[in-house]
Design a protein around this ligand. Structure first.
Ligand SMILES: [Zn+2]
Length: 152
């Protein structure tokens, strides 16, 4: 069972729940409900956190997404980040269709983390219309993260 979705510079890779075919959802269309290219079944809204594969994918996401973007900066060695992962995933499900929840591994993507001057992790950033509007850090339950997102 996947706990996150992959991405590339052209969009989010979303497996069809009916036939398993990997569909690519362009970042600009993440708010819409798509259809599987293979079996034509309706695809669900993106409701899992999307792992950012690199700076190109991240730049495409930020410039193209019509939905607010909530970023979780994390690393495999970080205990509080592991505790945060299921809360972040829960928040992603609850905000499905209203926001995109993405994860940036600070060890693998130091260039992205550098753009946000991340000091400690877990850390979070909120982007609306391509602009950084809020940042916070430290473990927080899903409900608190969603409240932060809606106020930001
Ligand atoms: Zn399908």
């Amino acid at each position: 069972m996947n706990h996150h979705l992959e991405s590339d510079e052209r969009g989010i890779i979303l497996p069809c729940p009916a036939c398993g075919t990997a569909n690519r959802i362009a970042y600009a269309k993440a708010a819409l409900q798509g259809r599987c290219g293979a079996c034509k079944a309706d695809l669900p809204h993106v409701s899992l956190p999307v792992e950012m594969s690199g700076v190109e994918a991240f730049a495409a996401l930020v410039s193209q997404s019509l939905l607010p973007i909530v970023i979780d900066f994390w690393a495999a060695w970080c205990g509080p980040c592991q505790m945060m992962a299921p809360e972040f995933a829960k928040a992603a499900v609850q905000a499905s269709g209203d926001a995109l929840f993405v994860k940036v591994n600070t060890d693998e993507q130091p260039q992205i983390a550098g753009q946000f001057r991340i000091q400690g992790i877990p850390a979070f950033a909120l982007i609306r219309s391509g602009k950084l509007v809020a940042q916070t850090s430290g473990f927080q339950p899903a409900a608190r993260l969603l409240e932060w997102m809606r106020q930001g």
